[in-house]
Unconditional design. Structure first.
Length: 385
């Protein structure tokens, strides 16, 4: 029996995780859940999974949740303290890190420090603090399973092989909704256009990241830390069908790939049941029903965010955390209708130009770099501080 904490249980990954968990009551027990604003859904999840502990964003929301529950209630906490309590709950053996953004960093690292295995969807944890997080993983001897579909594919394509024989990792990218849009059209892209992803149904922030291709940039940095491979040997192929989820090329020219119908329940189930496999609810892949699999190079002129991520990875130190923070602010401004689509990458670049990278020796220093990136992005964009 695995005892789970799910950080971000009301999000896209959180809901898919609970779908998998629900199908295997003999394998999983839900100990703790955390959510942001969606109290309605959290209430339903509490009634279905009966966790001991839940946490929401604020004291007001905690009170509102408590009032809405009847019968035996879980302990209800709030804020960062509540997320840390959920991540470190003594009964928990595995934490599913599915909060979006740098807000996931503190609870995820708290889980690692408490000796919990982690199924990691929250890529921003590795983007902002990869060197510290991987050091903690080694020190605490915990397992870190990738939930991101590309990294799950790389992980599976590395199984049974020696890492010194890898020549390249190739992450695939769908290209998002704007794959074939020209620069001029992109300038006028609306929020609805950006949220209209062709292959994946995900939270709003990562869907916009997919449209700018910053998502793939974040994933390059995530792969660098997860698999200890220099970014120069991590490439990106556009593959609009999202059937090959990523590949590993070996020195002898062999390429191992993992394929499947695009559905996050696959990587989630694999992280939860590794090294075993269970039916995950993912539709079987019928290659004969597809009209073809295509691949091409990303266009960094129309999608400059991908190149910015490589630049941040090269600069290292505090630069990826600052880039990530600027991206979060710019995406929020775009979703709020305050800036245009192309202004997202422009703002990130300006913030990076203003940043002098420095060493990050602790999570507190990462959070300070994150705050600097957010403040500077708001100044650059002229949106409220
Ligand atoms: P989402 O927006 O659907 O859900 C995010 C969850 O985090 C929600 O439960 C929300 O309430 C909570 N949350 C948001 N802000 C918070 C804050 N400040 N403090 C505490 N909780 C907060 O996001 P998602 O699409 O499920 O993505 C979650 C993470 O997984 C992201 O890092 C994303 O990049 C990664 N990921 C998602 C997918 C996908 O298919 N959705 C695929 C790969 C990786
Ligand atoms: Mg991904």
């Amino acid at each position: 029996m695995k005892n789970l904490t799910i950080l971000g249980s009301t999000g896209s990954i959180g809901v898919s995780t609970l779908d998998v968990v629900k199908a295997y009551p003999d394998m999983f027990r839900v100990v703790a859940l955390t959510a942001g604003n969606n109290l309605e859904l959290l209430k339903t999840q509490i009634e279905t999974f009966r966790p001991n502990l839940v946490s929401v964003l604020t004291a007001e929301k905690a009170q509102a949740l408590s009032r809405s529950l009847t019968g035996k209630k879980p302990e209800i906490m709030h804020g960062v303290e509540g997320m840390i309590a959920a991540a470190t709950a003594s009964e928990t053996t595995m934490v599913v890190a599915a909060i979006v953004g740098a807000a996931g960093l503190v609870p995820t690292t708290a889980a690692i420090m408490a000796g919990k295995d982690v199924a990691l969807a929250n890529k921003e944890t590795l983007v902002t603090a990869g060197h510290l997080v991987m050091q903690m993983v080694r020190e605490k001897k915990v397992k870190l399973y990738p939930v991101d579909s590309e990294h799950c594919a790389v992980f599976q394509s590395m199984a049974g092989h020696r890492s010194q024989d890898i020549s390249r990792v190739i992450l695939t990218a769908s290209g998002g909704p704007f794959l074939n849009w020209g620069r001029e059209k992109l300038q006028a892209a609306t929020v609805a256009d950006a949220l209209n992803h062709p292959n994946w149904s995900m939270g709003r922030k990562i869907t916009v990241d997919s449209a700018t291709m910053m998502n793939k940039g974040l994933e390059v940095i995530e792969a660098r830390w997860l698999f200890d491979i220099p970014v120069q040997r991590i490439g990106v192929n556009i593959h609009p069908q999202s059937i090959i989820h990523s590949m590993v090329e070996y020195v002898d020219g062999s390429v191992m790939a993992q394929l499947g119908t695009p559905d996050m329940k696959g990587p989630i189930a694999y992280a939860l049941t590794y090294p075993g496999r269970v039916p995950s609810g993912v539709k079987a892949l019928d290659l004969t029903a597809l009209s073809g699999l295509t691949f091409f190079k990303p266009d960094t002129d129309r999608f400059p965010a991908l190149q910015l991520a490589y630049r941040a990875a090269d600069a290292g130190e505090s630069m990826p955390a600052v880039m990530n923070a600027a991206n979060e602010i710019a995406v929020e401004a775009f979703l709020g209708g305050r800036i245009g689509f192309m202004a997202i990458a422009e703002a990130i670049e300006k913030v990076m130009d203003l940043h002098e990278p420095h060493t990050l020796a602790s999570i507190e220093e990462v959070l300070e770099a994150d705050r600097w990136g957010r403040r500077t992005a708001k100044e650059v964009l002229g949106v409220g501080c």
